[in-house]
Each structure stands twice: as structure tokens, then as C-alpha cells.
Design a binder for this molecule. Sequence first.
Ligand code: ADP
Length: 390
Amino acid sequence: MALDLQHKEPVALALFHAFSVILILGVVLFFYYQMAMKLSINRQKSELNSFSAHLESRIQSILPGEEYFTVPRSFVYDSAFYDREGAPLFSLMHTRPPLLIEGYASIEGRLFLTRHLRSNPLGIGTLCVSKAIEEVQVWQQILWLIVLVLAYLMLSTLWLLERSRSPLLQANKRLKRFMDDAMHELRVPLGVVRLNAEMLQDSLQNSPLSKRVRRIIGASASLESLYGSLEFGMRHGHVEYTPKVLDLEELLTSRIGFFQELAQNRHIRIQADTLDEAYIWMSEEEATRLIDNNLSNAIKYSHEHETVTVTLTLEDCCPRLCFCDKGEGIRDHKKIFERFYRENDTQGGLGLGLGIIHEICEKYRIKIDLNSTPGGGSTFCYTFKNLQNS
Ligand code: ADP
């Protein structure tokens, strides 16, 4: 539940931020549009006024007895002439003008200007001109405004992010250096404890103390395995492990030997009778993590006095490695491979092991088969497809 919230919070914040930016920008743009349209209409009114004045001066300049009068035409402006009673004399208008009341009017996206004329030889009493109301310029301005505001927002957000990121990066760097040092300081004493306990075990032979020393060896093996997972988890993404042709049987035998004391302390037998010769293309570090995490889990989650069976076989030339235990089994076969997901808190652990295994398998295209039922034990099988047989 807590994990869910952590994921949802930044998304909700980002949505809220985006929504508030859109809202504020929308309100500002709405008022800007109103103002810009007002200015634009005023400008268009004065243009219409100039055109009608031009027409009027042409009409007034006609001499009595003149036979022809050519109405000036325009792509932008329409014009119409009416007599003193309002009856049309001549019209170039596509839209019918409103009532012939002097002044400006706007109808159906057009601007009209009506003027009553002084007496003239043509007998024109009223002149009406019109033009389509232009909005393109206003929308162009708004578009530019949006682009500018968004560019400003983006740049300022990036700048802010960069500024707030740097203390975090510094803290992260310090933490990473501390963890590196701590891991390094842990590794040496761990090795010393194990090595000396093994030497002590050799010298004690059948003494009653030997059982205790065996426990120390088992516990240090468990610690070393946990240490390995932690180190791998921390280095993952920073360190490139180099793959090579690896003798899987040899590595497996060595790792089983490493976990023997731990298994014996829990009265568990590791049976590894079927180990075929197999070579894989993988880094030793990653192969070790895969084997160690499986062996450590099989021992941890088995019931006491049970047997953990390890097999390494070849199936259509592909090595297949299986770990089978008679433990409590697994409920959720998918979630189990997520980092920090655990079904059992009674045994020590961090919930890292299977997550690491999953990452390694994805990287090397190793097929995972999990066969497990609650109460019926578990079998983890890995089929290595990306191999180089030597
Ligand atoms: P950890 O063992 O440190 O908890 P893992 O990622 O290795 O972390 O395992 C995650 C969980 O999967 C464990 O907490 C346990 O509940 C379950 N699990 C793993 N292997 C087995 C197994 N062989 N039998 C039963 N449960 C297992």
C-alpha cells in the first residue's frame, strides 16, 4: 500500500501542476483574446471608415450630367447604395445589410458601416460598406503567446529542477561513497571469519566444539551470500560484468560445497547426483548470484530434515538447472520476482534475491520455470538458451 502511494504521488502532483498551468494560461489567454479582438475590431472599423469616405468623395465629385459612374470594387470590401427612401440602387453585397441606421454593426462575422450622404447628382441617400471580421492575426498572436509561455515554463522548470537536483546528487554521491567503503570494510572481516573457522574446523576434527565451529561457517556463508546480493544490487547498472564461457557444473559443485555447512546446520541435505557437463556464456559473478540465491532460498525455506535436490541436465543441447525443495511453497508466482516482495518474514532476508535472479535471466535470456504449490515445495528451473557449447 505504502509503495503504491509513493508511485501515485508524483503522478498526481504532475497532473495537478499541468492542470493548474493550463487553467491559469486559459484564463490569461481568454482576457488577452477579448482585448486583442477589441483592438482589432477598432482597427477594422477605421479601415471601413476610410473606404466609405473614399466612396463618398467619389460620389460627391460626380458632375451633374455625367453619364457614367464606376463603383470602386475591392476584394476586401463590399458596398451598396440606397436612395433617400431606403430602396436599393446598386449592391455588391453578398450578405444583406442590417437596418439602414447610421453607424457600425456586426452581423454573421461581418462588420457594416452605414452613412447617410449629402444630396448628390446620383440621388444616393445611404451608403453601406462591409467587410469580413478578421481574427487570423489575433489567433496568430495567441499562438505565439502560448509558444512563448510554454517555452518559458519549460526552461524555468528545467532550471529549477537542475538547481534542486544538485544537492540530491551530492547527497547521493556521499551515500554511495559511504556504502562502497562500508561494503569494502565488511568484505575482509567476513572472509577472515570464514577462513579461520574452516581452519579451526580442520584442526578440531571430531571434538564436540566442531559442531559450533560448523555453525559459525554456516552463518558466515549465509552472511556472505546476503553480502553478495547487496553488493550486486548496489553495483547493478554501474559495473559491467564480463561474460565468458563458463563451466557451469564446476561452479555449481563449488557453490554447493560453500553452502554445505549452512544446510547441515538446518539438518538439510543437498543432493546433487545428476550434474551433466555444461558450458554457458555468462559472467562468473552473475552465474554465482543465480546459484547462490537459489541454494540459499531452498535451504532457508525448506522444512528441517528435508532434501534439496539440484540437477543440471542437457535438453536439446541447452543446459537446464533445477533447484527442488520440499518447503512451504509459493503463493504468487509473478510477484515473487519483484524486488522487496516477500511471502515469508520468519526467515532473515531482504527480498532482493529473486529480483536479482529475474534481472540476470532477462539479460541472458534464461527461461525460468517455477513449479510450486503452497505446502508442496518449490522447483525453480533455468534453461540457458544463449549458450556457447565448447
Ligand atoms: P528473501 O529470501 O531475502 O526474502 P528473495 O527475493 O530471495 O528474498 O525471495 C522472496 C520471497 O520469495 C521470500 O521472502 C520467500 O517468501 C519466497 N521464496 C523464495 N524462494 C522460496 C522457496 N524456495 N520456497 C518458498 N518460498 C520462497
